[in-house]
Design a protein around this ligand. Structure first.
Ligand code: ADP
Ligand code: MG
Length: 712
């Protein structure tokens, strides 16, 4: 029997016409943001007074005046209907890590029994989805399954289109009826508030006028694209997002010919369509390129306010998948869709601006330098004290294949500063003032200027999980499919705590002592927390040993990595900053634990089904063919060929037995611990991947890596 599915899949891809070229027409970005209820639309559709109030809430953290909700709802409805929307939804981010929406039509019946279009202030402000089917980690028993969604006016409403209609989406937070968080947005908003407060206090110590704090985030998103024809014949990809079988082909990424390579026409067409859609949604998609692995790509927008950037990243992931489907492709956001080649991450570029000034930009003024170095030290302290909880935000079944496996970044959190800054930090610690090629000749905070940092390509450590890149920190451990909300929620909170630690000391110091005391504080911080700084190669096995010596935690898997959620130190931290109560943290632990178990179990079940129902039959047939040929040869008393026929039959028979036994073990393991499932799965994968190389290619049922990764 030949396997027609695989061959058909290859032929279907071969039959696709290659996209042609665009006729030269002037490019325009006039449509940028046309599907967003943004400032210009607020000014057009609202009275001047209401527009002013709403804009102040969004850009100045002025509390929302509830009296304007009616007018805003009406304006949003008029605008949305004008753009073809028939429905609205509260759009929220439950703990599943994806987004949720439940649509309601604007349709209503008035007292005369006539159909009208309606959308009230209540519709805008609050929704009551049945919360019982969202994970809550025991926070909310099903009999009191009330949850509610609450309008987040700081993230603008937008319109999502489909083939024959459109929906007005209102970004919302999602809480239980008793106010406990059930989502990813609420804690992020709380952490932003905490950091703003701590930063304002901190800047006061430096006699800075009060300004608006903006926490900025730019998310680089990695993803894979494969043709849909292949995807549909891979039940493992369809069910789990990653291949549970398949070995890397002879040529994969070792020639390094894909990274930044010229982008294939079909992919460019896809990217262009993605960008058009994102621009329409006011998402400033900026950068596109091929990534390291074959069939792997990256998209990065211009940074924005962190809350908005997180929402936008959720939309980027959705748009990538939808546009892929329209183009006969599938976008894989899993952290490790293919074994043996690079997986996908999400680089979280984070910084804080106070007024117009980015505090992670050293600037030229000595006073700016002092603030910069103090903020930097606060971050170093924060990450060292709380690397456990930072690591926990990246824990997931998918990300376990990257972090802690032989792929970067490692599970050990450390900070890369670059040679220039590391040198300055050294001098801060030692109080030395003599020359070095990287720094000015004297080093007194608040007195001397340090140069601005031009972290050029050579000073860009790509292996570090948390790297200073000139004017921001790039956290690289998040997984490609994860929401960035958690990472930034933790960063904001731990940095708020560190800033408060410093402010508390500075507030007590008389003005004339300020510089000396600041110098002392920084010196102490560097002394106590420099173990978190590592400028070397994070992939080097030596680093593992060194990190252990320094006492840095190394949590290589989800089970270990989520434990800090139950740690008393972390309860205290998050409670102090009003980000989580202890109960909320415990509930998150439950949710993540359960999600992890379920995912591993689903993988085990689908692996078992594929092995038994797709692979074993093919192996048995091949075995049968060899045996028949052997018997025929012997019947005809032909000697030649029988040695090899016998050998191949032996090998196949042996692997068939091993696979059958492996499947039985996996079946038993499935009801047990996750480690046992993983071990049993790895065992059968090894056998199947070996068989892939010796079974007649035309009979192999699963599209192969060399096809999925290279044929477009
Ligand atoms: P690289 O791949 O070289 O690290 P990219 O251009 O792919 O760089 O991504 C860098 C990201 O960092 C972009 O999203 C960019 O907008 C963002 N970024 C730049 N400055 C800041 C900042 N001050 N705060 C947050 N993000 C920033
Ligand atoms: Mg990039």
């Amino acid at each position: 029997m030949s396997n027609r599915n695989r061959i058909h899949a290859v032929n279907a891809v071969a039959d696709r016409p290659v996209p042609g070229l665009l006729d030269a027409v002037p490019a325009s970005l006039d449509y940028y943001g046309e599907d967003v209820f943004n400032f210009p639309k607020m000014r057009r559709f609202l009275s001047e007074a209401t527009a002013k109030k709403l804009i102040a809430t969004i850009s100045q953290d002025v509390p929302l005046d509830p009296d304007i909700a009616g007018e805003v709802a009406h304006a949003m409805k008029e605008w949305a209907i004008g753009r073809g929307a028939t429905h609205f939804t509260h759009w929220f981010q439950p703990l599943t890590g994806s987004t949720a929406e439940k649509h309601d039509a604007f349709l209503d019946i008035n007292s005369q029994g006539e159909v009208i279009l309606s959308f009230s202030s209540k519709n805008l402000i609050m929704g009551e989805p049945d919360a019982s089917s969202f994970p809550s980690g025991g926070l909310r028993c099903t009999f009191e399954a009330r949850g509610y969604t609450a309008w987040d006016p700081t993230s603008p409403a937008f319109i999502k289109r489909h083939a024959n209609g459109a929906t007005l989406c209102i970004p919302t937070a999602f809480c239980s009826y008793t106010g406990e968080v059930l989502d990813k947005k609420t804690p992020l908003l709380r952490s932003m508030q905490a950091l703003r407060k701590s930063l304002t206090r901190f800047m006061k110590c430096f006699k800075q006028p009060e300004e608006h704090t903006t926490i900025t985030l730019g998310v680089e998103q990695e993803y894979f694209l494969i043709d849909r024809n292949f995807y549909l014949h891979r039940p493992d990809l369809v069910q789990t997002g990653r291949t549970l079988f398949g070995s890397a082909p002879p040529k994969h990424q070792q020639l390094e010919d894909h990274y930044f390579g010229s982008i294939k026409p079909r992919i460019l067409q896809f990217m262009g369509e993605v960008e058009q859609e994102l621009w329409r949604l006011g998402i400033p998609a900026k950068t596109r390129h091929n990534e390291v692995a074959p069939a792997q790509f990256e998209i990065a927008p211009i940074f924005e306010d962190v809350n908005l950037a997180v929402d936008h990243n959720m939309l980027v992931m959705e748009v990538l998948q939808q546009v892929a489907a329209r183009n006969g492709l599938v976008c894989l956001l899993h952290e490790k869709p293919f074994a043996g080649i690079n997986g996908s991450g999400k680089h979280n570029n984070w910084a804080i601006s106070y007024g117009k000034r980015n505090l992670l930009d050293p600037g030229h003024d000595p006073n700016d330098n002092a603030i910069f170095l103090t903020v930097l030290s606060a971050i170093i302290r924060a990450v060292d004290l709380h690397s456990d909880i930072l690591r926990s935000t990246t824990a997931s079944a998918g990300n376990d294949h990257r972090l802690g496996a032989n792929e970067a970044p490692p599970a050990i959190i450390s900070i890369f500063l670059g040679a220039q800054l590391a040198d300055i930090i050294d001098h801060l610690e030692n109080g030395t003032v003599t020359g070095s090629r990287h720094r000015p000749s004297s080093m007194r905070i608040g007195v001397d200027a340090i140069p601005s940092f031009s972290c050029d390509a050579t000073d860009r450590n790509r292996t570090s999980p948390f790297a200073f890149t000139g004017n921001k920190f790039e956290f690289r451990a998040a997984g490609s499919s994860q929401s960035c909300a958690d990472v930034n929620m933790v960063l904001n909170t731990i940095v708020a705590e560190s800033l408060d630690y410093i402010s508390e000391k500075l507030e007590k110091v008389p003005q004339e002592e300020f510089n000396n005391e600041l110098q002392n504080i920084l010196k102490t911080i560097i002394k106590n927390h420099k173990r978190i700084i590592f400028n070397g190669d994070n992939y080097n096995p030596q680093w593992l040993k060194e990190a252990q010596k320094r006492g840095l935690p190394n949590m290589t898997n989800t089970m270990d990595a989520i434990k800090p959620l139950l740690n008393a130190k972390n309860f205290q931290l998050f409670e102090k900053y009003g980000v989580f109560s202890q109960v909320e943290m415990e509930s998150r632990f439950e949710v993540f634990l359960e999600e992890y178990h379920r995912k591993v179990r689903i993988e085990g079940e689908i692996a078992l089904e594929i092995a038994r129902s797709m692979i074993m039959p093919v192996v048995r047939e091949e075995f049968g063919r060899q045996m028949a040929a052997l018997k025929a040869a012997e019947d005809q008393q032909i000697i030649s060929g029988t040695v090899s026929l016998r050998r191949v039959a032996e090998k196949l028979g042996q692997k068939l037995d091993e696979l059958e036994e492996g499947c039985n073990s996996l079946e038993k393991a499935i009801n047990g611990l996750h480690e046992e499932i993983i071990t049993a799965m790895n065992n059968i994968r090894q056998i199947v991947d070996y068989l892939e190389h010796i079974i007649d290619d035309s009979c192999w049922p699963l599209p192969k890596y060399r096809e999925m990764l290279f044929i477009y």
